[in-house]
Design a protein around this ligand. Structure first.
Ligand SMILES: NC(=O)c1ccc[n+]([C@@H]2O[C@H](COP(=O)([O-])OP(=O)(O)OC[C@H]3O[C@@H](n4cnc5c(N)ncnc54)[C@H](OP(=O)(O)O)[C@@H]3O)[C@@H](O)[C@H]2O)c1
Length: 314
């Protein structure tokens, strides 16, 4: 199968190549002697990736710390199930699915991927594969940040950083839909997009004073650093700073800081796609490229906005 691989950590993105790799073996997978308990094989129709994946240890080593190169990046998928292993529940061959694959296994910038069934949810027939793939990481990250870690409730207020960006635009929409008051933040150029995604106010971090924002119950941070620290000061007693930008020293007074990495969740994916079908949630896709052009898409020469999706098969 055609796949994008990386083999040399030092080479970074310059070492990414489009190559032929063996497909995951559906027939072997179904056998009782196989160790892939609960896996399915998915024919990838659309794939998503995170730009800094090559800096993650999980791209280079498996859970036991062993070199796992050549490894296939990309961990967001929408596609069709082509084989089931022993122990698979809830999915069938031919079913449309979408989800997040294990960071420490071969990913989705390929024609096929083996993935645990529990990481996938059914993708309704009227949702395009590119939309399905674009909902996975931003949708789950926003959902988990707002509702699991941030415990956001109706009537509360939330400051969403990068509200015009990929994850921030999902967080803005989901928070608003859940009945929260949403203050978006970002660069001036993102103001209209953030308001269109549902923010009721916008803070331009280059020229407005973040400190003028009234007390909020939750900050959803995607930037980290100094912005996370300054944001902690606008959180009400008992409130929470949730960040997806890695560990931070930012601490709200009398509040909680949570930094987390998104995890797969079938139930949440189903909630997310239901909102997309109803028109309550839209994706923020910036670029759609083919697998042949995926190396270039992973290494854009200029700053691009919106999610990049690789359309692997029509
Ligand atoms: N922990 C996790 O589970 C997890 C999951 C998903 C993503 N992430 C990480 O979260 C981060 C955000 O991802 P994303 O896909 O949402 O990125 P994105 O689409 O680039 O969104 C970032 C947004 O913030 C704005 N921004 C960037 N720097 C800014 C600054 N200094 N001041 C004001 N606004 C600024 C950007 O504006 P411009 O476009 O104008 O620069 C953009 O609108 C990435 O680092 C990603 O790796 C973590």
């Amino acid at each position: 199968m055609k796949s994008i691989v990386v083999t040399d950590q030092a080479a970074g993105t310059a070492g990414m190549k489009l190559v032929e790799r063996p497909e995951p073996q559906g027939a072997a997978l179904a056998g009782l002697s196989n160790a892939s308990y609960g896996d399915v094989v998915v024919q990838v129709r659309a794939s998503g990736f995170t730009g800094d994946e090559l800096s993650w240890p999980s791209t280079w080593i498996d859970r036991l710390g062993r070199d796992r190169t050549p490894s296939i990046p990309g961990h967001e998928v929408a596609g069709v199930v082509t084989a089931l292993s022993y122990g698979t529940t809830g999915l069938s061959v031919g079913q449309r699915v979408f989800g997040l694959t294990d960071w420490t296994r071969d990913g989705t910038l390929a024609e096929y991927v083996a993935v645990e069934a529990r990481n996938l949810a059914p993708l309704p027939g009227d949702v395009d594969f590119t939309v399905g793939a674009a909902l996975v990481m931003p949708g789950l990250t926003a959902w988990q940040g707002l509702f699991e870690h941030g415990r956001l409730r109706v009537g509360q207020s939330v400051l969403v950083h990068g509200a015009a960006g990929v994850v921030g635009s999902m967080a803005t929409q989901l928070a608003r839909e859940a009945g929260a008051y949403v203050i978006g933040a970002g660069r001036a150029a993102g103001r209209q997009a953030a308001l269109d995604f549902g923010a009721q106010e916008f803070v331009d971090l280059d020229s407005d004073a973040l400190e003028d924002v009234g007390g909020v119950d939750l900050v959803f941070d995607v930037l980290g650093g100094d912005i996370a620290k300054r944001s902690a000061a606008v959180i009400r007693a008992g409130g929470t700073l949730v960040t997806i930008a890695g560990p931070t020293e930012a601490r709200p007074r009398n509040g909680l800081t949570v930094d987390f990495v998104v995890v797969p969740d079938r139930v949440q994916l189903s909630e997310i796609v239901r909102r997309a079908r109803d028109g309550r949630l839209r994706t923020n896709i910036g670029t759609i490229a083919t697998l042949d052009d995926a190396v270039a898409a992973f290494n854009p020469t200029k700053r691009i906005s919106g999610k990049t999706i690789i359309r692997v098969q029509p």
